[in-house]
Write a protein that binds this ligand. Sequence first.
Ligand SMILES: [Zn+2]
Length: 258
Amino acid sequence: MRIRPSDRDRFDRMRRVEWMDMESVQLRRCLMVGAGALGNEVLKCLVLSGFRDITVVDMDEIVPSNLSRCLFFREEDVGRAPKAQVLAERASSLDSAVTIRPVVSRIQDAEDWDFDIVLGCLDNISARLHVNSHARYHGAPYVDGATDGLSGKVHTVLRDGPCLQCAMNRSHMKVLERRYTCTGREATLYSRPLAAEITTTSVVAAMEVREALKIASGREDLCVREVMYYDGMSGSIEKVELDVDPGCPNHGDREAIA
Ligand SMILES: [Zn+2]
């Protein structure tokens, strides 16, 4: 079989994207919080996109209800090992150059925050706000994803933009609830098992990793600064603009945030 020179380069097609900087992507240190459905899809996209230094934090074990949405989990994994460990093992097989470190822990107990990009794949608001404030304090952009049935949300928190907590102040919440009567509240309050399926999970995960690729390529100027709401029934994405909330404790003096 004759192989063209361009086909010998694993990332040739990605290098053809004008703004993509593969050398920079390969050097970025990523923290992925959550190893469930979103985590499986996000990690797949991260590794295939060329990220090579990834830490995965999750404390849960695999249960049968995970198997309809998790590419890297198998029936024999139920009760065998923590999600983070299985995910790291399996996703590592996609690229021999990737290092994936599993951390079996609550994110609230994690001490290392020395990362270039943080990706949120969480299902509850308290963990989200914890990651949001710590990523901001340590200067790492945070890409947060959420799903609810066939709806999803992606919010990219950049160093100079509004954070997740900004989106929760009273006036912003009123706007969100008015415009998203079915999912507005759930966009920030995840305390019960929600409807979930793989197609919406895949879309939201891909949207998250695309923003991470822009950041890793040094092109934060290309990031979507609004909160993106995906509606899988209509196939639409609507963007809601937010401002930094002057009362949000996550902005300004680093000492005050700590
Ligand atoms: Zn804020």
